[in-house]
Design a protein around this ligand. Structure first.
Ligand SMILES: Nc1ncnc2c1ncn2[C@@H]1O[C@H](COP(=O)(O)OP(=O)(O)OP(=O)(O)O)[C@@H](O)[C@H]1O
Ligand code: SF4
Ligand SMILES: [Mg+2]
Length: 371
């Protein structure tokens, strides 16, 4: 398989133009009324189908002259990824730095454009959302970032921060309604009584309280899904659990669906209903959390699980240390992209790009040795 070049393989040609730009021919077909009528079917909120997100590499002048006759090169951040997000679940997207977790989440929010494939939201292809439908959709899908301090305006009060999404989206019809929704969101985020926090500034709050403000800012629009991108990575270990508990509580009480992005499989284990393990732009294993953790089948997942700290120091576990660094997503290894680091690789792994193998139930893994 050609790597790091113009995306031309069979699974991607459908909607990628010659220079890798997005084919916009379908844009504008879905309006806000279609979105309002759309319903979740069979519990599936998002259906991500064969998603590709490539970033063109901008070569310097000399290199671009030399490369002009060669194929354009891309960072293949997300490379043929398929999965579903079920309504009301916490799906954890786990993997090493640079494997494409954030790009996947951002593309589901339409903050990045897909190069190929489709994302269906309540059965509707997101790439066909018109401007108005896109604005409506943006109320339905929110994001929480890793660092609460950098993601909120230090000069705004908590009230203004949480009210801003309502104002920007023109959601509330009166000041009273706005205030009620802000108070509700702040309170549901665990800052109680809300009145005590509304007119404070971010610097007067702890890191955990600031992350609660960000969560209130995301939930105030009553979204269907929140992409939580490493939401506790910058917090003290002592307060991480409180924030994780809050997310589970919001899932249960408010029915919020979470895409929980983390490089830490032990966090994913604690919080998620299902886990999707990513390696170099591809999902290599997906399934119910308990099943994946108890019975990992892909060698990469096995390695990640082998280094999770366990409470019993006498429990015998063999740590799998992976050789080498994650390869560059511009030059993805042939065959199975994990083969240069895989402790179980055989010769065929250099040639064959492994398809998903059904392990049982919702559990799938992409490894040729599982057949
Ligand atoms: N806008 C962009 N332009 C070019 N390359 C990008 C862009 N955004 C991401 N990338 C590259 O795409 C790859 C995947 O990045 P991404 O941020 O999605 O990974 P990640 O799994 O979230 O990593 P981390 O755990 O470090 O946040 C990386 O090689 C990254 O450098
Ligand atoms: S296909 Fe081969 S290289 Fe890839 S995970 Fe399986 S054994 Fe390892
Ligand atoms: Mg990231």
């Amino acid at each position: 398989m050609a790597t790091g070049t113009t995306p031309t393989d069979a699974r991607s040609v459908r909607d990628v133009s010659a220079d890798g730009a997005r084919d916009k021919s379908l844009a504008g077909h879905i309006g806000p009324d279609d979105l309002a009528r759309a319903e979740v079917r069979d519990g599936v909120l998002f259906d991500v189908r064969d998603l590709q997100v490539f970033f063109p590499i901008h070569e310097g002048f000399f290199k671009s002259m030399v490369a002009r006759k060669q194929e354009k090169r891309y960072v293949k951040a997300v490379d043929h990824v398929s999965f579903q997000v079920k309504q009301g679940e916490i799906l954890a997207l786990v993997g090493e730095s640079g494997c494409g977790k954030t790009t996947t989440g951002r593309t589901m929010l339409r903050l990045e454009e897909a190069t190929g494939g489709d994302i269906l939201y309540k059965g509707l292809p997101m790439r066909a959302f018109s401007g108005k439908a896109l604005r409506e959709y943006r109320k339905k899908a929110q994001i929480i970032f890793q660092d609460p301090y950098n993601s909120i305006n230090p000069k705004q009060t908590i009230f203004d921060i949480v009210a801003e999404p309502l104002e920007v989206n023109g959601v509330t019809s009166s000041e009273r309604e706005k205030e009620e929704r802000v108070v509700k969101a702040v309170s549901e985020a665990g800052l109680r009584p809300a009145q005590e926090y509304l007119y404070r500034y971010p610097h007067e709050l702890s890191g955990g309280q600031r992350q609660r403000v960000c969560i209130a800012g995301a939930t105030v629009l009553e979204p269907d899904m929140i992409v939580a991108d490493e939401p506790v990575a910058s917090l003290d270990v002592s307060i991480r659990n409180d924030i994780l508990k809050l997310m589970v509580e919001q899932k249960d009480k408010l029915g919020v669906t979470y895409l929980f992005i983390t490089h830490d499989l032990s966090l994913a284990w604690v919080i998620s209903d299902r886990i999707a393990v990513m390696y170099l732009g591809r999902i290599v294993e997906i399934g119910d959390t308990e099943e994946v953790v108890a019975n990992p089948r892909h060698p990469y997942t096995k390695a990640l699980i082998s280094v999770i700290p366990v409470p019993d120091p006498l429990a015998k576990r063999e740590h799998v240390i992976l050789a080498g660094e994650t390869p560059n997503p511009v030059d993805i290894p042939s065959g199975c992209r994990f083969h240069p680091r895989c402790p179980e690789a055989i010769d065929a792994c250099r040639e064959i790009d492994p398809p998903d193998v059904h392990i049982g139930g919702d559990h799938y893994a992409a490894c040729i040795r599982l057949k």
